[in-house]
Ligand binder design. Structure first.
Ligand SMILES: [Zn+2]
Length: 401
């Protein structure tokens, strides 16, 4: 779809001439026969290209029917693109190198360069960028140059299945230079197909003139046999990530169980938040009466005559604590060396200590009954004995396996 330019766009005018004006057929000096106008985005702003088209003045020359475009045009943008190479590289680099999402690239393009592109246009440019990048990455001359100073190389192979039942993407990587050599999607990875990939890796290594010092994989049967055939005598080791993950399976199971236990103990966040919000709402309305205060229930409510701003800030702190605890409970990050349940226990412990510090400060400093009440409420909800039992319980459970 043609790009729609806003009516008030201010274009820089770039006039392009044909540099070599000798007719390719007869060598005669060519004449300008037409102009082609193009508009495109560059990082410096919108540009209107005026391309002067040439042809041979001799009607009988084959160079007469064919026009020649200025040589520079292609160095600014490929035909019919709405963006120049500079914007194209800007988009591609953000997507492929920094893994920024398309909507974010879209808004950044707009904010930083006032370039408006639809998300599907950006997706299409990214696709082209990937195709060019893949072609470039596998360019034998570039690769040879890249591996010039490398002695031995280390290869790895792994299959990634994005979704169950879909084809698996097999990737061969070289680890000393951290480069993906090639990848292929296989619907059913038979031993023969896997061996074909390993053989391809051998061809690459030979064409680079490099010795393969080591293979690394998760040691699926197909990998083991194929590598033994294609690379006799080359050691083949477990990938330590896979190895660790397999070894850690029972640990992670126990960890996940511990998480369930902790979540079961640390409850009532919403109730606390609702009470605070209700209290803040009540204090916002000017007619605070004892009735209202009592309606907000339990421990949070200080004396009805306490100054509203202070109660407000105490309430905000309670809400912040609730948000922090909720974040800790929902965090699923962490691998086998730092399992999520341990992270959760550590996070909750930090919150406990923080609340305890507040309580100690209250005891030492000025006494304000209303603000002293809430940390007690929060800690009382979950920090009582049960949690610490559970925490140490979970830790010892994991280590027992
Ligand atoms: Zn001619």
């Amino acid at each position: 779809m043609p790009y729609k330019w806003p009516a008030d766009t201010d274009y820089a005018l770039w006039e392009l001439d044909v540099l070599d004006r000798a007719c390719p057929a007869c060598g005669r000096m060519m004449h300008i026969c037409d102009h082609r106008y193009r508009r495109l985005h560059t990082l410096e702003g919108p540009v209107q290209l005026v391309c002067k088209l040439n042809h041979c003045p001799d009607r009988d020359c084959p160079g007469h029917a064919k026009t020649k475009s200025p040589e520079q045009e292609l160095t600014i943008a490929p035909p019919s693109w709405a963006i120049g190479w500079d914007v194209f590289c800007w988009i591609g680099h953000r997507r492929c190198s920094r893994h920024i999402s398309i909507p974010y690239i879209q808004s950044e393009l707009w904010d930083a360069h006032a370039i408006q592109l639809s998300d599907d246009a950006i997706a299409k440019y990214i696709q082209r960028y990937q195709a060019m990048l893949a072609a470039r990455q596998q360019d034998p001359a570039a690769l040879r140059q890249h591996y010039e100073s490398v002695g031995e190389i280390i290869l790895s192979i792994d299959g990634l299945q994005p979704e169950k039942g879909h084809e698996t993407l097999y990737v061969v990587r070289e680890l000393t230079q951290k480069r993906v050599w090639f990848a292929e999607a296989l619907i059913s990875a038979t031993a023969d197909e896997v061996q074909r990939l390993v053989a391809q890796a051998r061809e690459w290594a030979i064409s680079l003139g490099k010795t393969v010092g080591l293979w690394i994989s998760d040691k699926q049967d197909a990998f083991v046999t194929a590598i033994a055939v294609e690379f006799p005598g080359v050691p083949h080791r477990y990938c330590d990530n896979h190895f660790l993950r397999d070894v850690a399976k029972p640990v992670l199971e126990a960890d996940s169980h511990a998480k369930v236990q902790m979540r079961r103990k640390v409850r009532g966040l919403r109730k606390i938040e609702q009470a605070v919000l209700k209290q803040q709402g009540a204090e916002a309305s000017t007619s605070v009466t004892e009735d209202h205060a009592e309606a907000t229930v339990t421990v949070f409510v200080g004396p009805a005559n306490s100054p509203a701003p202070e109660a407000d800030s105490a309430g905000a702190v309670v809400l912040d604590y609730c948000a922090a605890v909720r974040g800790i409970l929902n965090d699923d990050q962490g691998g086998p060396l730092h399992p999520p349940g341990l992270r959760m226990a550590e996070g909750l412990q930090e919150v406990r200590e923080s609340i305890q510090r507040n309580l100690d400060a209250q005891k030492g400093g000025s006494q304000r009954s209303n603000s002293a009440a809430w940390p007690g409420a929060l800690t009382g909800d979950w920090s009582t004995s049960k949690l610490s039992e559970n925490q140490s319980g979970s830790t010892s459970r994991t280590s027992r396996r």
